[in-house]
Each structure stands twice: as structure tokens, then as C-alpha cells.
Design a protein around this ligand. Structure first.
Ligand code: FAD
Length: 538
């Protein structure tokens, strides 16, 4: 596949003398480029797919967070992978290289998909192109990287980096198959989540989404299109997974599939005692193999606090009739911990689907408050798409903070952060997620960073605030980080946002040297994903 890409890739010299203006279908090309982009960019074959009108610039200079604004010089609406490769090659070889950022859904919250004075590549414009390897294609076959726990036939799906996970779900279900590792929210692009990790309640069992990729096509920071896997071009493969867009753009990912269950028993149980809650979570994630009858397929947790209408528990999960007794519990204790788990089943009379029996046995081993377990029976699709797509309003701000906290310090985190900071300040609105994962399901050769313990928790403060209140929440975020620093709790940020090189060095720790070496190898001009502010703005 890589060879055919390379054969179609033009050498940079051909570009700069090529003056073929394609008929624009998307927007008007600019007559003179801003000074920071080289004027000869206009002569590229793809010039008519570059836009700099206010509408295009406005979309590319904002994201879900609504905190950062970086104005690019232009936006590329590619019609093919070649378009992107051409642009990157042009930037790479130019005497004055400019920045390029892939933008998936722009669901980052701190400007990570922006490129000040550079070019933002709107990946979603590839979605409707009819190109050989684009879209979503389910196949079966042997793959060298397949694990030993797979049957004879291995199923996988080839997916364009621009595709949304919701579309991957729908397309694979047509074959009775589905990926095994998800995010809570499915309106994110494959390229966007694989650049971070992609975590949810299945991570403890199957690893993050980056642990479930066989192969990728990547357009590197030099504009080369390279197929990579654990067998071929492995350095690039491991660099890109969790690589924050620093080494190139994911054009295609080959993702592991398994049989799709039909239905899901979805349970939430309430705890007023933190150690009972975390003890049960840790017990459940220790049963992570198929051989454990009591193993669950999904495990998360969330905090219930009395902080206004955005609290997660007010979602449609809890029966209306129980709201008042749950509210009383929250009022009494300040924080209630909700363990959320799910067991999949196939709804097939030929299979031994004793899911109710298994749940009953499981309940007996857990220490939730008696009478406070709530159960739902939903289709697999309804379960995975439980977080509906909703466009945020222009006055809504998302000052999110996502942390990985080592298990050995989690009790201290509960008292020092949750009780002494978050509860006392009473300003947290939105969901607070809290659940553990097994480090053994992560691959340390990849760029993603986790704490150095067998089990660590993810804590996601998914704040939603108005335009005037987010700074107070950000102060709280800083105080949480400072508390962890002072207490020597070696947290790692997930979806990190740092401004200084020293902070990035500290974030990557032992991986920093490798990360730098990979950058020098795959993006030596440091043009890719400047919005992460790792190799620029230091
Ligand atoms: P963008 O924000 O567009 O891009 C993110 C970064 O990746 C940028 O640096 C960009 O340059 C780079 N990038 C984008 N596409 C590519 C590509 N094809 N190749 C290389 N680099 C690329 N995350 C989880 O892990 N689990 C969750 O459950 C979860 N839930 C979320 C719910 C909501 C409502 C939101 C807004 C975010 C959630 N996230 C979650 C975070 C999400 O995974 C990241 O923000 C992710 O980057 C979003 O994907 P995107 O397509 O919007 O990427």
C-alpha cells in the first residue's frame, strides 16, 4: 500500500512549478497569501482546496474547549491523502517551513488541533471521498500482530483517520462485529483518539484504543506516506500511537474486531465509603480475562455531588422515583461514589447467556450501600452511544482536567483533592469520572504516558462553565495539580496541555528522549500539530 502511495506522491519541485488550478468545489482560493505562508503555495495543485475566508478560519481557530483561539493562515479541505502529503512536503522543503495541524472533530479543549499562522487540515472533508482505502472496510485474514487468544479467523476494519467512531460502530455491526475498546463519546475521529489513547470502561480489559491497532498508514512530517505496524516501520507505529499528532497524520488505521454482543446489562451502584468503592473497582478489574465467569465487560465510576443540574446522576440512568432518596444520600455525605459496570450478552438461545445469574453472584461480592443498585437492560448500540452528540453553545466553556493517578496514592487523592478542594469549593459542574485501569494492557513502546504502577486511576473533571466562570475552575485545576506535586503524587495528565518544555519533559519522563528522537526523525522541521505546544512556544 505504501508503494502505491509513494508512486502517486509528487516530488516537491514538481509542485512549485506546477500551476494547475483545479475548479474549486469548496471555497474560493485566496489571491495573496498572508506573509507567513510562502506565496508559491498558490501554485500547488491543491491551491483551490485551501481556504482563508472568515468562515473557514473561524471554525479552524476554535475547539470544544472554547478557551484557546489561534488563527491559521489557511484551511486545507483535502480531497485525497495525496493532497495532505503534498502540503506537508511543501511545508517541509520550503525555505520557511510553516505549521500544519490535522483537525478531526476539534473536540480538544486547549487548542491542540490549531495552527497559528499555519494550515489546518480539515480531515472530515475526506469523509465523502470515494478513494480506494478510505472509509470503513471490514475484512478477515491473518495478521502477524494478532494475539494468541484469537480464533482462526481474525477480523479487522480499515478505517480512514477522519472517520467517526459512531460510523465505525454502525459499519462493523452490519457484519455482526465491533471494535473492543471505545471512548465514552463516539463523535470523535479515529485519528484524534489514536493520537491520545482512547479510553473508556473497556480499557481495563482490552487496553486503550491504541492497544487495538494492527497497522496504520501515516503521512509523516516529511510528507512521506508510510505503512507501519509492529513488524514494519515499527518506530513510526509506536511513535504515532498516543503521539499527540507530532509525527504525522494517521490516514488509515487497521483496528481489531470481535463478535458484537447484542445486549448489555448496565448497572450503577452507590457507595458512601471511598475504600469500599475503590476496593470493589480494583477487584472487578483484576478479573479481566474471559476465563473469569464474574468478569465484567466494562467498568467506570463517577462522583455524585450536589452541584447543580449538570451532575451526571441526573442523566436518564437513575429512575425518577429514586431521585429524592439519592439526593438525600448526596446531601448527607457530600460525595457519593457510583460504580458503573456492564456485562454484555448475545441474546442467543444456543448460548449459555446466564448473565442475570452471573450478576447476582457478583453483587454478593460487592460492598455498595444495600438497596442502591440500579440496573438497565439496553441494546449494545444504545449502551455504546449513551453519550449523545450535542453541539456546545458559543458561551459554553470546557476547562477539563484529566489525570492518571497511581493506585498507591488514590486514597490520599480522595481526601486531599476530592474532599478538601473540589467539595469545599463547590464550583465543579459537569461529570467527574473516576475508574481504574491495568497498566499491563498498555504498551510502553507507544508514546502515551501512564503512571509507573500496575493499576492507575483515571480521574476526569469534565467541567462545563459559562464564559465568565471558567477561570475560577481553572484555578481549581491548578490547585489540584499543585496539591499532587506538593504531596509527591506522581500523576500524569491525559489529553495534556502544557506551555513549557520543562513541563513536557516532566510529563514524558523516561520517554522524553525517545519522543525527541522520533520527532527529529519523522518531523525534523517540527511542523506538525503545533497546538500541542511541545516543540514550539517554549
Ligand atoms: P482533534 O481535537 O481534532 O485533534 C486532537 C489532536 O490530534 C490534535 O493535536 C490534532 O492535530 C491531532 N489529530 C487529529 N486527527 C489526526 C490524525 N488523523 N492523525 C494524527 N493526528 C491527528 N477521550 C477519551 O479517550 N475517552 C473518552 O471517553 C472521551 N470522551 C470525550 C467526550 C467529549 C464530549 C469530548 C469533547 C472529548 C472526549 N475525549 C475522550 C477526548 C478526545 O478523545 C480527544 O479530544 C480527541 O483528540 C478528540 O478527537 P478529535 O477528532 O476531535 O481530535
Amino acid at each position: 500500500m505504501a508503494e502505491s502511495f509513494q508512486a502517486r506522491t509528487y516530488f516537491i519541485v514538481v509542485f512549485v512549478i506546477c500551476v494547475s488550478h483545479l475548479k474549486s468545489t469548496i471555497g474560493k482560493p485566496r489571491s495573496s497569501w498572508p506573509s507567513l505562508l510562502p506565496p508559491n503555495l498558490q501554485t500547488l495543485d491543491l491551491a483551490n482546496r485551501l481556504r482563508d475566508d472568515p468562515a473557514a478560519i473561524n471554525i479552524a481557530s476554535s475547539d470544544q474547549g472554547n478557551i484557546v483561539k489561534e488563527i491559521p493562515a489557511a484551511v486545507l479541505y483535502p480531497s485525497s491523502i495525496d493532497d495532505i502529503a503534498s502540503l506537508i512536503k511543501f511545508a517541509h522543503f520550503n525555505s520557511a517551513p510553516f505549521h500544519i495541524a490535522a483537525k478531526g472533530q476539534g473536540h480538544s479543549v486547549r487548542g491542540q488541533a490549531m495552527a497559528r499562522n499555519g494550515v489546518v487540515v480539515d480531515m472530515t472533508s475526506l469523509k465523502n471521498q470515494k478513494i480506494e482505502y478510505h472509509g470503513i472496510k471490514v475484512s478477515a485474514g491473518n495478521h502477524p500482530s494478532m494475539g494468541t487468544d484469537h480464533d482462526d479467523t481474525t477480523w479487522y476494519v480499515d478505517v480512514g483517520g477522519e472517520q467517526l467512531w459512531i460510523d465505525v460502530l454502525n459499519a462493523t455491526l452490519e457484519h455482526g462485529l465491533a471494535p473492543v475498546s471505545w471512548t465514552d463519546y463516539l463523535y470523535l475521529t479515529v485519528g484524534g483518539t489514536l493520537s491520545n489513547a482512547g479510553i473508556s470502561g473497556q480499557t481495563f480489559r482490552h487496553g486503550p484504543q491504541i492497544s487495538n491497532v494492527y497497522e496504520m498508514d501515516v503521512i509523516t512530517g516529511k510528507g512521506d506516506v508510510v505503512t507501519c505496524s509492529p513488524e514494519n516501520n515499527r518506530e513510526l507505529f509506536y511513535a504515532v500511537l498516543g503521539g499527540l499528532g507530532q509525527f504525522g497524520i494517521i490516514a488509515r488505521a487497521r483496528i481489531i474486531l470481535d463478535s458484537a454482543p447484542k445486549r448489555v446489562k448496565w448497572v450503577r451502584m452507590l457507595y458512601d465509603d471511598f475504600s469500599a468503592f475503590s476496593g470493589d473497582q480494583e477487584h472487578l478489574i483484576s478479573l479481566n480475562g474471559r476465563e473469569h465467569k464474574n468478569a465484567v465487560d466494562y467498568l467506570e465510576g463517577l462522583l455524585l455531588m450536589n452541584h447543580g443540574p449538570m451532575d451526571g446522576w441526573r442523566s436518564s440512568f437513575f429512575p425518577l422515583a429514586d431521585h429524592s432518596r439519592i439526593t438525600s444520600l448526596i446531601t448527607k455525605h457530600g460525595i457519593i461514589y457510583s460504580l458503573e459496570m456492564a456485562k454484555y450478552y448475545y441474546d442467543d438461545p444456543t448460548l449459555d447467556d446466564s448473565v442475570d445469574e452471573e450478576l447476582k453472584v457478583l453483587f454478593e461480592t460487592l460492598s455498595f450501600i444495600p438497596g442502591y443498585a440500579f440496573e438497565k437492560d439496553v441494546s449494545f448500540v444504545d449502551f455504546l452511544s449513551r453519550a449523545s452528540s450535542r453541539e456546545p453553545t458559543s458561551t459554553e466553556v470546557h476547562p477539563w482536567l484529566n489525570l492518571f493517578v497511581p493506585k498507591s496514592r488514590i486514597s490520599e487523592f480522595n481526601s486531599g483533592v476530592l474532599k478538601n478542594i473540589v467539595l469545599k469549593r463547590n464550583i465543579t459542574t459537569g461529570l467527574v469520572l473516576f475508574y481504574p485501569m491495568n497498566k499491563s494492557k498498555w504498551d510502553d513502546r507507544m508514546s502515551a504516558v501512564t503512571p509507573d504502577e500496575d493499576v492507575f486511576y483515571t480521574v476526569g473533571f469534565l467541567h462545563i462553565s459559562g464564559i465568565d466562570e471558567w477561570e475560577a475552575i481553572d484555578v481549581q485545576n491548578q490547585d489540584i495539580l499543585q496539591y499532587c506535586y506538593n504531596a509527591g503524587i506522581d500523576i500524569k495528565e491525559y489529553l495534556p496541555s502544557y506551555k513549557r518544555k520543562k513541563e513536557w519533559e516532566n510529563h514524558f519522563g523516561m520517554k522524553w528522549e525517545t519522543f525527541q528522537e522520533r520527532k527529529a526523525r519523522f518531523d525534523p522541521e517540527m511542523i506538525m500539530s503545533p497546538g500541542q505546544r511541545i516543540f514550539n512556544n517554549n
